[in-house]
Design a protein around this ligand. Structure first.
Ligand code: SF4
Length: 483
């Protein structure tokens, strides 16, 4: 786990100076971001749909125990096995033990951020089981020995030339292949793996409580191959992914897909309800659903942060974020990057480890605007900043020093008193006129990149009072001065 203050500063600085990555990241805005804007504006009642999605998420989390039990009952009735894992370690242990007990040698995987959270590939490899990522982007980052860069586009930081060079090094193909040829190479390689794998592991975009259905969204069809070809299918999902009813699924598919890629509907929407039945001609013999907590209960218990569990993992907030589009995904140091990662990662890894992340935001509000379930990320970032400064959050330590807190307290008192503030600002204006701001070394962190505007002789309040005085002398002017 690499989330740490030092890592964020170092990696984001490196990324800002990496022109190739900057060029690749520049495609996010005209790509996914603008496609989302078009799809949402073409969707009738988009705002009402968002509101409805948000309400359903809030309701489900308020009754999470009920819906999880209902889901368990329905999956079990359909012949599946449901396991609740308290931690990522418990979940990994369950999957690796299952694989070993069934003599599994290789596993094909569909994209799952939770499996990254669990470091599942690493655990499988320790047991001598080969994990193969089958989403093209995940396949590329696995070949490169990296972690995903973006929630829905894991290899967004690599150009096609870099991927061609990577394939050439690892697979022995021509280093000049174009995108179509590269895709064909990956397809051939993966086809063999699908045929020989004993187990398919997927995430799940939604789990439907009233039918026990797992819904998966992909554009490459690899999710469907993972759920149908190997003899065992294991789905690992965070416990917040449950939705109450199959009648809600259409709404959530619209919200997710249009926000993620701007498509009207993705190429494949796969629904799975248990293993193959006696009359089915194919499908897995076993279906295991692993529902993972790993810190989510703690988030649920927090009245402000719990709405981060509404997240559909669409990635829209990443594409909208001016900070993510510059510092890139790896700077965040853990599984979840971007604005939602700046909230979730510190909560799951401990605020002390991710203490720079809540500050990696301009608080411009683009993330909230883009979010299909209207998660108020800026509010949560401010809340985390406050907890960091006070040292009140779980697994955090106070980050503000004695001097900083003394200054904050002094400023708080000063700003609470209008007359004192006016006098202080006047005094500061005079001081800055005599001494240029650069001679204050303690201000340089701020003034190096920003110009402090010149402080005018008269404050707004004084000008307002003067103008009213003149109006009164003139007999009230045109009567608009009070508006
Ligand atoms: S916070 Fe909202 S915009 Fe960001 S990934 Fe989650 S659902 Fe999408």
């Amino acid at each position: 786990m690499r989330a740490s203050t030092q890592y964020f500063k170092q990696k984001s600085t490196e990324t800002l100076h990496d022109l190739k990555i900057q060029e690749n990241l520049a495609g996010l805005y005209p790509g996914f971001h603008e496609a989302r804007i078009k799809a949402s504006s073409d969707t009738e009642d988009w705002d009402q749909l968002k509101e409805r999605g948000r309400r359903i998420k809030a309701h489900t989390l308020d009754h999470l125990d009920y819906y999880l039990e209902l889901l368990e009952k329905n999956v079990t009735n359909a012949g599946g096995v449901v396991v609740f894992a308290d931690t990522a370690k418990d979940a990994s242990e369950y999957v690796t033990k299952l694989a070993k007990s069934r003599g599994v040698k290789s596993v094909v995987k569909s994209k799952s951020m939770l499996s990254e959270e669990m470091s599942l590939n690493h655990h499988l490899e320790i047991e001598g089981i080969e994990p193969i990522e089958t989403d093209l982007g995940e396949y590329i980052v696995q070949l490169a020995g990296e972690t995903p860069y973006h929630i829905i586009a894991p290899a967004i930081h690599k150009s096609s030339e870099e991927v061609a060079a990577l394939f050439s090094e690892k697979i022995g193909t021509e280093p000049t292949l174009g995108i179509e040829d590269l895709t064909e190479v990956a397809r051939k390689q993966l086809r063999e793996k699908f045929i020989s794998a004993d187990m398919g592991i997927t995430g799940g975009n939604f789990m439907v409580a009233d039918t026990g259905t797992l819904a998966l969204v992909t554009n490459e069809g690899n999710g469907r191959m993972c759920t149908s070809m190997p003899r065992i299918h294991v789905a690992i999902v965070g416990m917040e992914k449950v939705i109450p009813s199959i009648t809600d699924l259409g709404l959530f598919l619209r919200l997710l897909i249009r926000s993620a890629t701007g498509q009207w509907i993705s190429s494949y929407v796969t629904t799975v309800s248990g293993p193959k039945r006696s009359k089915d001609i194919d499908g897995p013999e076993e279906f295991h659903l692993v529902i993972v907590d790993n810190g989510r209960s703690r988030i649920l218990a927090d009245p402000v942060l719990r709405e981060s569990l509404y997240c559909l993992r669409c990635g829209a907030c990443l594409n909208a974020c001016p900070v993510y589009r510059k510092v890139g995904g790896h700077s965040y140091g853990w599984v979840y990057p971007g604005p939602i990662g700046a909230v979730i990662s510190p909560m799951l890894t401990g605020l002390s480890r991710g203490k720079d992340l809540p500050f990696a935001s301009t608080l411009c509000g683009s993330c909230k605007e883009a979010c299909p379930v209207k998660i108020d990320i800026p509010k949560m970032l401010l809340y985390l900043r406050n907890q960091l400064s006070e040292g009140t959050h779980y697994r955090s330590e106070r980050t503000s020093g004695l001097l900083e807190r003394a200054i904050s307290m002094f400023c708080g008192r000063l700003l609470g008193n209008q007359n004192a503030t006016a006098k202080a600002v006047k005094f500061l204006g005079k001081v800055l006129k005599i001494f240029p701001k650069r001679i204050f070394p303690f201000l340089q962190g701020w003034t190096r990149f920003r110009d402090l505007p010149e402080i005018p002789e008269q404050s707004f309040i004084e000008r307002w009072r003067d103008s009213r005085h003149i109006d009164n002398v003139d007999g009230g002017g045109d009567g608009n001065s009070e508006k």
